[in-house]
Ligand binder design. Sequence first.
Ligand SMILES: [Zn+2]
Length: 556
Amino acid sequence: MSGNGTADLIFVNGAVYTVDAARSWAQAVAVRAGRIIAVGTDTDVREMAGPGTEVVDLAGRMLVPGFQDAHVHPVGGGVDMLQCDLHDLSTAEEYLRAIGEYAASHPDVPWILGGGWSMDAFPGGTPAAAALDEVVSDRPVYLPNRDGHSGWVNSLALKIGGITRDTADPADGRIERDPRGEPLGTLHEGAMDIVGAHAPDPTPVELYEGLLKGQAYLHSLGITAWQDAIVGTISWANNLETYVRAAEAGDLTARVVGALWWDRHLGLDQIEELEAQRARGRAGRFAATSVKIMQDGVCENFTGAVLEPYLDGHGRATENRGISFVEPELLKEVVTRLDASGFQVHFHALAERAVREALDAIEAARSTNGPSDGRHHLAHIQVVHPDDIPRFRELRAVANAQPLWAAHEGQMDELTIPFLGEPRWRWQYPFASLVRAGAVLAMGSDWSVSTPNPLEEIHVAVNRKMPSQYPHKVETDEVFLPEERLDLPTALAAFTMGSAYVNHLDADTGSIEPGKYADLAVIDRDLFAAPVEDIAAATVDATYVEGERVYATEGS
Ligand SMILES: [Zn+2]
């Protein structure tokens, strides 16, 4: 109990899970001028109500700190929602029907864009141009998959990109080919750009609409802050101005940290430009204070950087160790310079060699610069060599987990485990080991790669099984590496305080404590009162930022 005077807003009769240091519970919360002024019992808090106070009766529902997504792409996700959106579908037939219908209902769009297909819907994860040609042949089609690392194109798009059987693979990507050597219609990583470069970029108006669409969607899931994992002024990620304009116009209701894109084709010289973008990228609730370095790709297309080679389909070692997008010695210098400049570094570090290279780079920065408050973080951390787990604590590197992927499903069982092999596949998503070793854990979704619903992600973090409503193929009921399950308090704390820490917002958000912003989410039930198998069945009834309601279901 603290504070005095009249509250603008009170929540009573609830299960208030504060995520304070003691993980304490309360019944009621009072808010004035956007800040929490009291946390306590109904009696304590009702005393602070006056005639003008809004009273929210939680009726036993759960009140939590607003969720914070530590790695998300809301502008692109929002733009996708406005284009040919395949995320909620799961079979080749459904995709082709949706693409055909979208093309027919949008006769004026020059390119069919959007995406979100899943590799496990196709043999070998690689769909063909011929299938697309049957539904759209008059216009080019370019559709990235749900993780954004592979693209599906039709024959006209291949032609526009000039891709033939004679086109060599680029250094940072691969053109999928049929047995005769002809381009099949799937392009991986850097090869996507050969076609993608010809597709029209979203206009500033479309980007702005995309941001607002994405923001509304994230608020509907209880999210009040996030880190945008790619912010830039480049053609395909031209969203820095979008955020600045939205923040200045008062349209940005979420708190957002922007991670500025590190262009791996440029060198250290770009730091000056990034510093200029950081200076420009500060407005209202937005701050572009992080730099995103993509160090490798993903395992499903063998571009994730591994220490020992991938196996082939028969369990034999190949020559392929994936791709380190930034040469490891250069990476050390880059991270040291960014750290000295006061940037946070946000790594895409997915497989075990990339994780090691990222940790080595932070180690180099620490030894040159001494400790910093950069809160550098490694996102994805799909495969972590056991020797590297204690280094997260030692180096004050934050583990930024995308827990939805830590389960048996088609992409994992058919496209990942056989190619990682024993024992390496067991090193995947070692969240509990990291926590036991003292690492700070944050969480995020990587939407639009996968659902941004924190309750579904927390469900998988706790159960290591997909929720029953998951739209993609799951053929086993087996728990994925059960020793790496987290308990519910740890997962909730990672999605609130942990991500607030990464966003340098922990002094003002991340828990329900007097003095902090009233950034809050009302969940339709007390998650602790039901079996953990039911976490994903819960939904968010209302979301508040600084005491303003930014989302509510009808009737709540
Ligand atoms: Zn991402």
